[in-house]
Ligand binder design. Structure first.
Ligand code: GLP
Length: 239
């Protein structure tokens, strides 16, 4: 389903409401949340509502979506740091509730295996909230990805390494990422893909108008039975 909202705030309120409703309904739901600029307001609204309505997140499980290889959790710009600041910290989420990639691990393949096992053990993701890269990536599933893949290490697209600088105060070498695979995202019981702003308009056009293929990985989400492409009017401008 594609839903277009008047503005970023309405889009974020819709996504936040989906998370809140799930958490109210399923105390031990498994959430997979993206970092990035786009979901920031969604997380702010989730925290605000959870506090206002005293909604407990104490049994919710969080799985990581992706991380920059070699960028530790304490470094502003890492996906973990972002989520810690925006949602884990404010909601008082315990470390035992969070299953995130350790992108500093010496054996990254073992780290992928560890996360694959965790996702199986928790019986899959209830809700995955993802963004979209300017090249159509989801997590770090870059163009050309194997759609059947599970967690893996990826050499980042040039676009991703360049755009990724926006998360860091100083120039940071970003060459590899570690990410859940497209199949794991597609196996989530519900997927929300958020896109906001004019800069996302061209890739949203490609996502929704081109034949579905790994050239634009975000396109796969349009085939998910419970997949939502949530846009603001600016991101929908080229449709
Ligand atoms: C990043 C991340 C994605 C994120 C996407 C969009 O590189 N790997 O998980 O969703 O790009 O980010 P933003 O919301 O900042 O545009």
């Amino acid at each position: 389903m594609v839903a277009t909202f008047k503005n970023y705030r309405d889009l974020s309120a819709f996504a936040a409401n989906k998370i809140i409703r799930l958490v109210k309904h399923k105390k031990n739901a498994v959430l997979c949340l993206a970092a990035g600029d786009t979901p920031a307001l969604t997380y702010h609204l989730v925290v605000e509502t959870a506090k206002r309505e005293a909604i407990s997140f104490s049994e919710i499980i969080f799985t990581g979506l992706d991380e920059w290889v070699g960028i530790g959790p304490d470094i502003p710009g890492s996906c973990y740091h972002f989520l810690q600041q925006k949602i884990f910290g404010p909601l008082g989420i315990k470390k035992t509730q969070i299953h995130f990639f350790n992108s500093m691990a010496t054996d990254l393949q073992q780290e992928c295996n560890r996360i694959n096992t965790i996702i199986q053990t928790v019986r899959g993701i209830d809700l995955a909230l993802v963004g979209i890269g300017l090249n159509g990536h989801v997590g770090f599933n870059e163009p050309g990805i194997d759609p059947a893949g599970s967690a893996h290490v990826v050499t980042l697209d040039e676009v991703t390494s360049i755009v990724g600088q926006k998360y860091f105060k100083t120039n940071t070498a970003l060459s590899k990422g570690i990410t859940l695979g497209m199949a794991q995202i597609m196996q989530a019981r519900e997927v929300l893909l958020l896109a906001a702003g004019t800069k996302k308009a061209a890739i949203i056009r490609r996502t929704l108008k081109e034949d579905i293929s790994n050239a634009v990985p975000a396109g796969f989400i349009t085939t998910h039975p419970n997949g939502w492409i949530l846009l603001d009017e600016e991101a929908a401008a080229e449709l």
